[in-house]
Design a protein around this ligand. Structure first.
Ligand SMILES: Nc1ncnc2c1ncn2[C@@H]1O[C@H](COP(=O)(O)OP(=O)(O)O)[C@@H](O)[C@H]1O
Ligand SMILES: [Mg+2]
Length: 266
């Protein structure tokens, strides 16, 4: 049985100033599965996600949403695609001056839903999904960091997207709050059949939720597979990243040396 692919990038390249960030990325994101993209800080994970929703345009290569190539679409056509993609930004980015209810209702109103009864129902349903019914009339400032993430997640799924993109969903959260977010990602995937693309440098979370893992390094995919395949890899760079033997600064330094043409020490 062949796997259905919801999103695909083909030979994706992106450079800023003099820095090649993505150097030919090829990836398939399977329908209904959780794909986790790992990599050190600054390696281009957020840049990759932004290409998937057309917030950035590639220098070369293709981005596909189902059977639609989206990297050359006009803004208006992109809007139709974006309606089917939920995006949980790294900074939860709630509107400070709006209640939780109005924050979550915002994408509905923006996409032309104006029946107040339907809006109330949808908002209450997704807020219940993330376990925060009681916060509905509160302001974002009254919530904890973990709660804000969950409200942002409710907002990301209120249009019932086929795909949800998560940018560092557990970064900055303590282990207990991280686990709440992991559980929610699993629940949305399993119960609603949502295709999930998660970028993170949190290995614990990655192993916890992933159906498929991808490791980016130096602008390329250096490893992909399931958790067992990751744990048994013999690739030295991948092993260093996965064991956390190197701090992120050190990894960046090694990468910098390569950029200068030098070889890493064994
Ligand atoms: N809009 C931009 N303009 C210039 N450089 C950018 C831009 N966005 C990202 N970069 C650079 O691209 C690299 C990868 O960034 P990013 O994708 O945010 O990394 P991360 O893997 O931590 O999410 C960084 O060096 C960053 O400075
Ligand atoms: Mg990032």
């Amino acid at each position: 049985m062949s796997v259905q692919i919801d999103m695909r990038v083909v030979n994706l390249r992106k450079r800023f100033m003099r820095r090649d960030v993505l150097r030919g990325i090829n990836l398939d994101f399977a329908s209904g599965k959780i794909t986790v993209v790992l990599g050190a800080s600054g390696c281009g994970k957020s840049v990759l996600l932004k290409h998937l929703v057309g917030l950035m345009r590639p220098d070369r290569g293709e981005v596909w949403f189902g059977t639609t190539r989206i990297d050359k679409l006009q803004e208006r056509e992109l809007g139709i695609v974006r309606r089917q993609i939920g995006f949980l930004f790294q900074q939860s980015a709630l509107f400070d001056s709006m209640t939780v209810r109005e924050n979550i209702a915002f994408p509905l109103r923006e996409h032309g839903v104006n029946d107040e009864k339907i809006i109330a129902e949808r908002v209450e349903r997704v807020l219940n999904l993330v376990g925060l019914d009681e916060t509905i009339e509160q302001m974002p400032a009254e919530l904890s960091g973990g709660q804000r993430k969950r409200v942002a997640l409710a907002r990301a799924v209120v249009l019932e997207p086929r795909i949800v993109l998560y940018d560092e969903p557990t970064t900055g959260l303590d282990p207990i709050r991280s686990e709440v977010i992991n559980q929610l990602i699993l629940k949305l995937s399993n119960k609603l059949g949502i295709t999930s693309i998660v970028v993170t440098h949190d290995l614990v979370s990655a192993y916890r939720i992933a159906d498929h893992l991808v490791l980016l390094h130096d602008g390329k995919v250096i490893l992909q597979g399931n958790a067992e395949e990751f744990q048994s890899t013999t690739d030295p760079i991948a092993r260093q990243f996965l064991r956390g033997e190197l701090g992120m600064d050190e990894l960046a330094r090694i990468q910098g040396n390569w950029d200068d043409g030098a070889q890493p020490s064994p």
